[in-house]
Design a protein around this ligand. Structure first.
Ligand code: PEP
Ligand code: MN
Length: 337
């Protein structure tokens, strides 16, 4: 981290910062500019809160240089993390597409969707059995019945399954049926849940919180990695901004930023990012062009009557066209779908 002194900071105030750094067992790197003085804190300062310095007289602000995440960082592991999902590698040359309804609603709905997305080239079937809904009166998912239907659809269509787990207690149950455990945006900082999925030994799809910074996102991944689960897939799904035309604002920059900071694969959810099916294809093209390793897309055979997120769900023929479109971008980027 770097301690930026106020313009009028005195020599005595700078000296106090230097001695604080020394008492913490770290080294200081002093840089006296024409306008202000900056003190670099050198050494392992991952356990040190910026407030240790922020509270000192003459300090303007503290800028963390490296996030406190270690296992998730490129400093720790420089090569990309690549692991198999249903016979295909995520994080490598292949773009992995996960597709399916927001929620599992019935046997017919999930099987019809699974067959359609498989035919169009998806690798993973998505579908919520436990749904984190904004309103307690909205459809909450079919629970274990939904998990059973997902497992059935997986066998019928030949796909892997990703589904959300909302509480630590439910991890063993969901892990019985799912190939990938999804931690939803609203639970990104549910540390007990991160701990539990870390111990599950199933790949984890970790979605970025609605109001989370990239550093918080990578720290959440760090929790999973630090509980000995190296198979984490990050998912940028849009964040809250002042813009209300779309459901969220896709932070496309997060893709190259995360690629530079971390070795973990990152995919994009254009459905929750936009909230509108007419924009899903355009932002997916952008995501692949920006270096994303995959996409998770909502597809529903009858969006008008969907129990959740119909407006952002593609119909099967639209999904087929979407896949054809994305192949061109993937090829242009030297990748495959
Ligand atoms: C979902 O993918 O079903 C979902 C609820 O998304 P998010 O957690 O990103 O809102
Ligand atoms: Mn949804």
């Amino acid at each position: 981290m770097v301690v930026v002194m106020k313009k009028n900071a005195t020599d005595e105030e700078v000296a106090r910062v230097l001695s604080k750094i020394e008492t913490l067992g770290l080294n200081a790197h002093l840089s006296r500019g024409k306008i202000r003085t900056i003190v670099g804190v050198v050494g392992d300062n991952s356990g040190i809160e910026p407030s240790v310095f922020e509270s000192l007289q003459g300090v303007e602000r503290v800028v963390p240089l490296l996030g406190p995440f270690k296992l998730a960082s490129r400093d720790f592991k420089s090569e990309d993390t690549v692991f198999p999902i249903d016979g295909r590698q995520i994080g490598g040359k292949t773009i992995i597409v996960m597709a399916g309804p927001c929620a599992v609603e019935s046997k017919e709905q999930i099987i019809q969707t699974a067959l359609a997305v498989k035919k169009a080239g998806a690798t993973v079937l998505r579908g919520g059995a436990f749904k984190p809904r904004t309103s307690p009166y909205s459809f909450q998912g079919l629970g274990e019945e939904g998990l059973k239907l997902l497992a059935l659809a997986r066998d019928v269509a030949g796909l892997a399954v990703v589904t959300e787990v909302m509480t630590p207690e439910l991890v063993p149950l969901v892990a019985q049926y799912a190939d990938i455990l999804q931690v939803g945006a609203r639970n990104m900082q549910n540390f007990a849940l991160l701990h539990a999925v870390g111990e599950s030994h199933k790949p984890v799809l970790l979605k970025r919180g609605l109001m989370s910074t990239i550093a918080e996102f990578l720290n959440a991944a760090e929790y999973i990695l630090s509980h000995n689960n190296p198979r984490v897939i990050l998912c940028e799904r849009g964040i809250r901004t002042f813009e209300t035309y779309t459901r969220n604002t896709l932070d496309i920059t997060a893709i190259p930023v995360i690629k530079s900071l971390s070795h973990l694969p990152i995919i994009v959810d254009p459905s929750h990012a936009t909230g509108r099916r007419e924009f899903v294809c355009a932002v997916s093209r952008a995501a692949i062009a920006a270096g994303a390793d995959g996409l998770i897309v909502e597809v529903h055979p009858d969006p008008e009557n969907a129990l959740s997120d119909g407006a952002q769900s593609l119909r099967p023929p639209e999904f087929e066209a979407f896949m054809e479109d994305l192949k061109k971008v993937a090829h242009a980027m030297g990748r495959e779908i």
